[in-house]
Design a protein around this ligand. Structure first.
Ligand code: NAD
Ligand code: SAH
Length: 414
């Protein structure tokens, strides 16, 4: 089975998809334009991205613009079965391969199922679809026009492939567009991570010590929101300039080993591995919470935590208690996978409006420039990035100043 089809589920999913549409004006506007021109007619688009309402709306926009869409999740725990059911039932032009909580083998099988359709274009979030393509023997590959990558760690994986000259087709780095990481990584992650933690634990943030590992765009957003909720924020970093920035933003900066005994909540957002290990678990106080907001489930070393635990138990939905030998329990949220999507609905619709507008325009750029791009990672052109910001400002009714001709030539005299 590739999706749970059930009318009640589909109806709940459709309600959620209709809801987010009202808060995604930029994507809607782009969608109307592209549908009129049938921009993606004749193109097959393969997607591996969190299977929830905003993504479903993106898939619908692409399908309405003429594409045949084949979609799977990019994390087994972020798939919402009602959304998958709604998408699978609504149109024949979208094929869905996604079930919540599937094991690793089924997750990989679903990626392969998308690739069996030989998509011309891909949308990836984290790089798993591209990696599955690269795993195919040369004889089973077909020419892909290109793809768009959504997130920081996915782009890092692409750049490693580019360096090793093994990138199989052109990829556009959506993450580094300003309208992506400024808002998605910062405000989106900031809000949705704290929302998911509060919902999963039903505990009070005010007055607590919240330890955040990584002060990049995600970490900054999480720190800002935790501070706003009344937490005392502690930041752990490895980059001296980022650490200094956290200090000047008013947060306490220290090593993880010093933060371990005083933290109430630990949130990782680094894209690195082994950020919290047994060197730290043993110092933590009873009932501390551990959550990951970064890419893979390797930021908190759960293997080590399991090895020092007498037992584990499901304490609440999405909260696993690791019971240590000395009667301490550490609470791990969402199995150490990215907490905002595995234990929540992810970023709000207004944020995904921008990220997914960039994705859609990125795909259009790939077909408009088909044949002129090589096997490289490309930044999304600045004018496309700006067009999304203009459209968003317009939807919000915000007007801004524009350079006069004189001011423009003052900046660029030649
Ligand atoms: P970033 O590169 O802006 O920031 C990462 C920060 O972590 C850097 O400042 C780096 O110095 C620091 N760091 C690296 N290793 C560390 C370690 N061992 N200890 C402490 N600090 C360390 O990246 P970003 O855009 O903030 O993304 C961070 C991660 O979150 C990535 O894996 C990205 O894919 C993921 N992400 C998640 C969401 C979400 O919805 N949860 C959204 C966007 C990005
Ligand atoms: N496969 C990886 C993906 C990293 S997720 C993993 O599961 O660990 C990080 C990305 O999720 C971000 O770049 C953000 O754009 C995306 N995201 C956040 N909220 C989302 C939502 N509500 N719907 C779809 N994607 C979302």
């Amino acid at each position: 089975m590739s999706v749970i089809k059930n009318p009640a589920l589909a109806s709940s999913g459709n309600q959620k998809i209709r809801w987010v549409k009202d808060f995604m004006p930029t994507l809607t506007k782009i969608g109307i334009e592209l549908a009129k021109k049938q921009t993606f007619a004749g193109f097959k688009i393969g997607m591996s991205i969190h299977m929830e309402a905003k993504t479903a709306y993106l898939a619908t926009i692409l399908s309405n613009a003429g594409a045949s869409v084949f979609i799977t999740g990019c994390n087994p725990l972020s798939t919402q079965d009602d959304i998958a059911a709604a998408l699978a039932t609504n149109t024949n032009d979208i094929e869905v391969y996604a079930i919540h909580g599937v094991d690793e083998e089924t997750y990989r099988r679903h990626l392969k199922a998308v690739l069996l359709h030989q998509p011309d274009l891909i949308i990836d979030d984290g790089g798993d679809l591209l990696e599955a393509y690269c795993d195919l023997p040369e004889s089973k590959r077909w020419p892909v026009i290109g793809g768009c990558e959504e997130t920081t760690t996915g782009v890092l994986r692409l750049r490693q492939r580019q360096k090793q000259k093994t990138l199989p087709f052109p990829m556009i780095d959506i993450n580094d567009a300003r309208c992506k990481h400024y808002y998605d990584n910062r405000y989106g992650t900031g809000q949705s991570v704290l929302e998911a933690i509060m919902h999963a634990t039903n505990t009070l943030i005010a007055g607590k010590n919240v330890v955040i590992a990584g002060y990049g765009y995600c970490g900054r957003g999480i720190a800002m929101r935790a501070h706003g909720l009344g937490a005392k924020v502690i930041v752990c970093e490895i980059d001296p300039a980022k650490a200094l920035e956290a200090h000047h933003d008013g947060f306490i900066v220290m090593k993880m080993e010093k933060a371990a005994p005083i933290g109430d909540y630990f949130i990782t957002a680094t894209g690195c591995k082994d950020v919290i290990t047994s060197a730290h678990f043993n110092k933590m106080h009873n009932n501390a919470f551990l959550a990951n907001a970064g890419h893979f489930d390797v930021e908190i070393n759960l293997k080590q935590l399991r090895s020092i635990s007498k037992s584990t138990s499901e304490r609440r939905n999405g909260v696993t208690g690791y019971h240590l030998s000395y009667n301490h329990t550490l609470n791990v949220l969402a199995e150490g996978r990215l907490v905002n999507l595995a234990a929540g609905d992810g970023h709000p619709a207004e944020i995904m409006d921008m990220s997914f507008s960039l994705q859609t325009l990125g795909l259009k750029y790939l077909i408009d420039h088909h044949g002129t791009l090589s096997r490289k990672v490309y930044n999304l052109p600045r004018d496309i990035d700006d067009s999304v910001a203009w459209s968003k400002l317009d939807a919000l009714g915000i007007k801004i100043d524009q350079l006069t001709v004189d001011q423009y030539s003052y900046y660029s005299p030649n």
